[in-house]
Design a protein around this ligand. Structure first.
Ligand code: XMP
Length: 514
């Protein structure tokens, strides 16, 4: 049986990060809503309570009765989780005089405690809370402090319950990984058997069982997730997987043919459909971004359905949904963070069963699985690309000519990024999360070329660093690189006479312009 750690989510922004850290310890874990205790599931070896945007004194705070949990399985409370345990067991939590935020250093570390083996006195930790524990419950004792916080970490004497008011999952907690390893491996007893290789072999077996002799359809986009999903399924059921790759006309330059060839080279059974005319016709004159997305989504479903209907004996629709896609839609604070879907509405209309083999994986794990499956790096390391493609990178209405201009500018930018090798030997392309060019076709400016006055459009370049696209920083690209790309675009792409660089982070901006 696969062992797992459960992370109960009280709404903290770092809940996903806890999960990633646990997975890095080769241990499977799942994030569940704060009140879904994993009682009676023998595969669960421990539980982590996350932080929260709330104080335990807020009326809207999530305060489940922890009694059914404490004492049954090893529990680690983090930040709010630590305060909730203290509050529940009769300790006190009060508003801190000043909000405890940022770096602090541990003192009085009891390294005899299994949670703190190998953690040094003076080790840096990251605090982020408005409340603080002023007394811990009877039967508990402090195992580490900081200059400001007496109970930086404590544990219960008679129950396997530990609590830390700092965040071991964030990078700024220098020995956070060690602390989490102490909990997951030493305290909970993880055998650390979760790895991409192990995952591939069990998942392929499960897919064989689940799908039997059934036929499966999958929509390929050229992106990492759907490509890895296809190769995985192909390994399980071979040619009973049919992939459909729709060209809506707004892919990157030469993308459709290049990717189609790559897919075929990997042995996939792919039908490539050039539907660009339909999309261009339906988008003619449309300038509103949401309207564009709706039309593209609707047309995509139509084209995909028409092709899928030809595969009359298909029973399943496979999708490359990954874990963050689902966590976002399950977010317990109820805020919708992202509402874009590539193939929304397909399963309901098609009466097919849904197969989502990547649904437990994070993006970096999908890439590791892809490597494990022998996929080429150029497919695995691709930047994310939006479903509606360049349509959301052309301001105003979309014409084939504008798409051509943007494809040319984007191709110069991205190819240069792939060629540029940084000091550490990595290409600039691999160092950024995502990059692309945006055509500001609603703006014109004056320029001069030779003796001629020009009055043309600017192109904006965007490059961001990120781990999951939920937040992103603009990438600090080298000036020599930007200078070279700018002059190459202006000299070679007719219709563009100015290049700008977008220096907005997300939030408050988003990655895409529309
Ligand atoms: P934003 O612009 O919301 O984008 O910061 C976050 C990430 O999602 C991608 N994106 C999309 N992906 N269909 C997709 O499959 C879409 O409609 C869509 N819109 C944005 C975007 O490229 C970035 O990686």
């Amino acid at each position: 049986m696969q062992q797992k750690i459960i992370i109960l989510d009280f709404g903290s922004q770092t809940t996903q990060l806890i999960a990633r850290r646990v997975r890095e310890l080769n241990t499977f874990c799942e994030i569940l809503p704060y009140n879904k205790f994993p009682v009676g599931d023998d595969s669960v070896i421990g539980v982590i309570l996350s932080g929260s945007p709330f104080s335990v004194h807020d009326p809207q705070a999530f305060k489940p009765d922890l009694a059914p949990l404490l004492g049954k399985l090893p529990v680690l409370g983090i930040c709010y989780g630590a305060q909730l345990i203290a509050h529940t067991l009769g300790g006190s939590v009060e508003k801190a005089d000043t909000r405890e935020y940022g770096r602090a250093h541990l003192t009085q570390v009891l390294t005899d405690d299994p949670l703190l083996h190998g953690i040094d006195d003076g080790s840096q930790v990251w605090m982020s809370h408005g409340d603080t524990i002023t007394s811990i419950p009877n039967g508990c004792h402090a195992i580490a402090s900081t200059a400001q916080v007496r109970y930086a970490a404590y544990r219960c004497d008679k129950q396997p319950v530990w609590a830390v008011q700092f965040h071991p999952e964030v990078y700024h907690t220098a020995q956070g990984k060690q602390l989490l390893a102490n909990f997951v491996v030493d305290i909970c007893g993880s055998k650390q058997q979760w790895s991409p290789a192990a995952w591939v072999s069990t998942t392929v077996e499960e897919l064989k069982q689940q799908l039997g002799d059934d036929r499966v359809i999958l929509g390929l986009s050229g992106g990492v997730d759907s490509s890895v999903c296809a190769v995985l399924l192909h390994r399980a059921i071979g040619d009973r997987l049919t992939c459909i790759f729709v060209d809506h006309g707004m892919l990157r330059k030469n993308e459709f043919n290049n990717v189609l060839n790559d897919y075929r080279g990997m042995g996939l059974n792919v039908r490539g459909i050039d539907a660009s005319k339909k999309f261009f016709d339906d988008l003619a004159g449309v300038t509103d971004p949401e309207q564009k997305r709706k039309i593209i989504g609707r047309d995509f479903v139509e084209v995909f359905n028409a092709e899928a209907e030809k595969i009359t004996d298909a029973r399943w629709l496979a999708q490359g949904t990954i874990y963050p896609d689902r966590i976002e839609s399950l977010n317990i604070t109820g805020k919708v963070i992202k509402s874009h879907h590539n193939v929304g509405g397909l399963p309901e209309k098609m009466h097919l069963k849904l197969c989502e083999p990547l649904k437990w994986l994070f993006k970096d794990e999908v890439r590791r699985v892809g490597r494990e499956l022998g996929m080429p790096d150029k497919l695995i390391m691709r930047h994310p690309f939006p479903g509606p493609g360049l349509a959301v990178r052309i301001l105003g209405d979309i014409t084939p000519e504008r798409v051509r201009i943007l494809q040319d500018a984007d191709d110069i930018y991205i190819s240069a990024m792939q060629r540029y090798v940084c000091d550490d030997g990595e290409t600039l392309y691999n160092k950024v999360w995502q990059a692309g060019a945006i055509l500001l076709s609603t703006v014109r400016s004056v320029g001069v070329m030779g003796d001629e006055r020009t009055y043309e459009h600017p192109v904006a370049l965007r490059a961001v660093t990120s781990t999951d696209a939920m937040t992103a920083d603009w990438a600090h690209l080298p000036y020599d690189f930007m200078a070279q790309v700018s002059s190459e675009i202006i000299n070679r792409v007719r219709g563009v006479n100015r290049v700008c660089y977008d220096i907005s982070s997300k939030p408050p901006a988003t990655i895409e312009w529309e």
